[in-house]
Design a protein around this ligand. Structure first.
Ligand SMILES: NC(=O)c1ccc[n+]([C@@H]2O[C@H](COP(=O)([O-])OP(=O)(O)OC[C@H]3O[C@@H](n4cnc5c(N)ncnc54)[C@H](OP(=O)(O)O)[C@@H]3O)[C@@H](O)[C@H]2O)c1
Length: 433
């Protein structure tokens, strides 16, 4: 089994999230083994959620980047300049691949760093820099190469989306919700980068550069944030069937690539209008694809670290992998049939003959097998005296609903085939026990 040895600079949210992932890599599907050979941050003694005492400490990130034991340098310090930029440059100059989550660095200096990486023939990877756990960089760069991209739109700042969503849903002011977001840790103590639109602009520029093979020129990006949005704007828009969101856009025009970030109003049935809370989403439109949309957690230690790890796993050599991504050291799992104890609500549709007591016999038959009714709709009987009934049950097991269905089918008042469809209430089906 191959091993990749990491030097990790930056032990904050994402850095500690990555160390945690490295420590439980047996659960992952990496092509080989990942080891940490050294770590660096500002303070060695700071309390952290992971134990770093077993790793070599470097006061200086650049020395870690150049250390001969390090195969891959992972930069998780942040900041477009200063130590992050210097250490990344030193790693690339030393011929080491770099993985970073630093959107400010890539947006401001990505072009020069790309040149340096290519001169040295090493990878510079930054999946985690855009939309955290949503794998949009790789999809855009590697999977959608057969698409002539026309437009990339997105919601790329979870804090702004949380603010506008929560203001509208709770009727509270911008200041009030921002203060809450800071208290809950969704927004930074200094939220300026987020609410000014700058953070989203960094990400939008990176995506536009990849989508349109454009030289990344951040000075040309137009940026407006949500810091001027008031509750009255959101509620008036709502009454007009619109949602206001901070939208990023990169679009190919005849004169070049236009990249902007601004609050936009859109009809409530627009795919981006339905993205609420701290989620991120990216929609890529192009020919002959049409459109594809990816949505998921755009920040947070775990999701962001998983994107960093995804990049690291691309750096094992040889790069050719088994078609299903399996390696000899992976645990071999087997397919099993769905557990009859798996629990969820069900949609049940029955056709009853229009007789007194027919409905009661239906609910009794369900109750006999432990299936209770959450919602019930009944239509008037048709010309043949057949009355359709639809039921949403409370969560029950597949075994319970199967037994109840058998009993329902045998009812004298039942006519024809029943319909029984499991309801996936936002992916909340409980596994079998
Ligand atoms: N947090 C997220 O959800 C998220 C999502 C996507 C991308 N990112 C990006 O990931 C990177 C890290 O974010 P984070 O949230 O983990 O940041 P963070 O919690 O603030 O941690 C930053 C880490 O870098 C170290 N550091 C900062 N300045 C340094 C310097 N001058 N020299 C040496 N070490 C320095 C800090 O050291 P001390 O601990 O000793 O102070 C800390 O360990 C940033 O580029 C961010 O934009 C973050």
């Amino acid at each position: 089994m191959k091993t990749v040895r990491l030097g990790i600079a930056g032990l904050g949210h994402v850095g500690c999230g990555l160390i945690d992932l490295v420590e439980r890599q047996a659960d992952l599907r990496l092509p080989g083994k990942v080891e940490i050979v050294g770590v660096s941050a500002r303070s060695r003694s700071r309390n952290r959620p992971v134990d770093i005492s077993g790793y070599r400490w470097f006061d200086d990130a650049a020395s870690l980047a150049e250390d001969s034991d390090v195969d891959v340098f992972v930069e998780l310090m942040g900041g477009s300049d200063g130590p992050a930029k210097f250490a990344v440059e030193e790693a690339l100059k030393a011929g080491k691949p770099v993985v970073t989550a630093n959107k400010a660095l890539i947006a401001m200096h990505g072009q020069a760093l790309e040149e340096l990486a290519q001169t040295k023939g090493v990878d510079l990877m930054f999946e985690a820099a855009v939309a955290g756990g949503v794998p949009i960089v790789r999809v855009l760069r590697d999977s959608l190469t057969g698409v002539a991209v026309k437009r990339v739109t997105g919601i790329l700042n979870g804090t702004c989306n949380y603010l506008t969503t929560t203001m509208l849903n709770t009727g509270r002011s911008y200041e009030d919700v921002l203060e809450e977001a800071q208290r809950l840790g969704y927004a930074e103590a200094d939220p300026t980068l987020d609410v000014s639109g700058m953070d989203a602009a960094h990400k939008a520029a990176i995506l536009a550069s990849i989508a349109f093979t454009a030289d990344l020129d951040f000075d040309k990006v137009s940026v407006k944030g949500v810091d001027t949005i008031e509750l009255v704007d959101l509620s008036f828009a709502d009454r007009l069937g619109l949602r206001i969101k901070l939208i990023t856009e990169g679009v190919l025009t005849e004169s070049g690539v236009v990249c902007r970030v601004a609050p936009m109003a859109m009809p409530i049935d627009h795919p981006l209008a339905r993205i609420d809370g701290a989620l991120n989403t990216v929609r890529v439109e192009g020919d002959p694809l049409g459109a594809v949309t990816l949505t998921g957690p755009g920040a947070g230690a775990g999701p962001t670290a998983s994107a960093v790890m995804g990049d690291i796993s691309k750096l094992f050599s040889p790069t050719a992998r088994s078609p299903f991504g399996r390696a000899a050291h992976h645990q071999v799992r087997r397919f099993v049939a769905a557990e009859p104890t798996e629990r969820c609500p069900f949609f049940v549709r029955v056709k009853l003959s229009d007789r007194p007591g027919a409905l009661a016999s239906l609910t009794e038959a369900l109750a006999l097998h432990g299936v209770s009714v959450d919602k019930l709709l009944q239509d008037s009987a048709d010309d043949n005296d057949v009355s359709p009934v639809a039921i949403v049950t409370h969560a029950c097991s597949r075994g319970e609903i199967d037994a109840a269905t058998e009993r329902l089918s045998a009812l004298e008042t039942n006519i024809g085939m029943l319909q029984v469809i499991p309801i996936d209430a936002a992916g909340k089906r409980e596994p079998g026990r």
